[in-house]
Ligand binder design. Structure first.
Ligand SMILES: Nc1ncnc2c1ncn2[C@@H]1O[C@H](COP(=O)(O)OP(=O)(O)OP(=O)(O)O)[C@@H](O)[C@H]1O
Ligand SMILES: [Mg+2]
Length: 263
């Protein structure tokens, strides 16, 4: 499976007092199962806009997204359903991505029902517990009836990952998914994501401004600046021998890169 963005641009219309915003300009990238692709760049460089296009949440102004050569914008209803299952989102939480009034059982269970992965209370519960165990809740039954505010930030992020993988996605688009977590919790969630890559073959498009995180987990890196991808390469290349002046600046401005490595 191959997910591609081909020469995609996104321009937001002019609003009162300002001209149009060229949030993403001519971006081309590839993502595949089993590969950890990171997108880095400063605030406002267009990372979230690119993620929203990849997830089909907003249309590209020009260029497009393809899954195995089929253009997202031209997909039939059933192709689109397949796309939405194959390419899942895990977004930054600050409690926003989970409905505060739904227990973990309900938040994941309703997706199981909606997509007819299982039916009947016992079977749905079993499926929910199965994905909770996959994301590291060894005693899944103890979190089933908790509300989002009754679990920690790191656990909430695991619940979000569980909710994404219940659909058996091939690629997860994660926008600042660990940025709000403190260092040890962050390391745990990253280990989990890496583990799911190895065990389930999940691929990631992982968006972050956090270079130590990229250094720890990425296989391949795209660097964005002012809406453009200015450099791409393997993690080793980007960190040891960057070409673009902007990448060099980004690396120089980053906090000590060894911090996470020592864990
Ligand atoms: N819906 C919108 N309407 C108008 N402009 C927008 C919209 N969404 C984003 N933008 C603009 O597009 C540019 C890129 O924004 P985007 O959110 O993609 O950046 P980002 O790299 O994700 O930043 P951050 O690291 O702060 O999350 C910014 O100038 C932003 O103000
Ligand atoms: Mg963003």
């Amino acid at each position: 499976m191959l997910l591609e963005m081909k020469h995609a641009s996104k321009t937001f219309r002019a609003s009162r007092g300002s001209g149009p915003v060229h949030a993403v300009k001519d971006a081309t990238l590839q993502a595949r199962p089993g590969e950890f692709v990171a997108i880095v760049g400063e605030s406002g460089s267009g990372k979230s806009t690119l993620a929203r296009m990849l997830l089909g949440l907003i249309p590209a102004s020009s260029g497009g997204i393809e899954l195995d050569g089929v253009l997202l914008a031209g997909m039939s209803r059933s192709e689109l359903r397949h796309y939405r299952r194959s390419v899942q989102a895990v977004l930054q939480d600050p409690a926003g991505s989970l409905n505060p009034r739904k227990t973990v059982r309900r938040a994941i269970g309703e997706i199981v029902r909606l997509h007819r992965i299982a039916s009947g209370r016992a079977a749905v519960d079993e499926k929910v517990m199965q994905v909770l165990r996959l994301v590291g809740f060894d005693q899944a039954e103890t979190v089933l009836d908790r509300y989002p505010h009754e679990v920690s930030g790191g656990q909430r992020q695991r619940v979000l990952i569980a909710r994404a993988i219940v659909l058996d996605p091939k690629i997860i688009v994660a926008d600042e998914a660990v940025s709000a977590l403190d260092a040890s919790v962050k390391a745990g969630v990253l280990r989990l994501m890496n583990d799911l890559k190895e065990r389930l073959g999940i691929g990631y498009v992982f968006i972050t401004h956090d270079l130590p995180v990229v250094k720890k987990v990425a296989d391949y890196v795209y660097v964005m600046k002012s809406g453009e991808i200015v450099e791409e390469g393997t993690k080793e290349k980007i960190f040891s021998d960057p070409d673009h002046p902007y990448t060099k600046t980004l690396l120089a401005a980053s906090p000590v890169l060894e911090v996470i490595d020592q864990r």
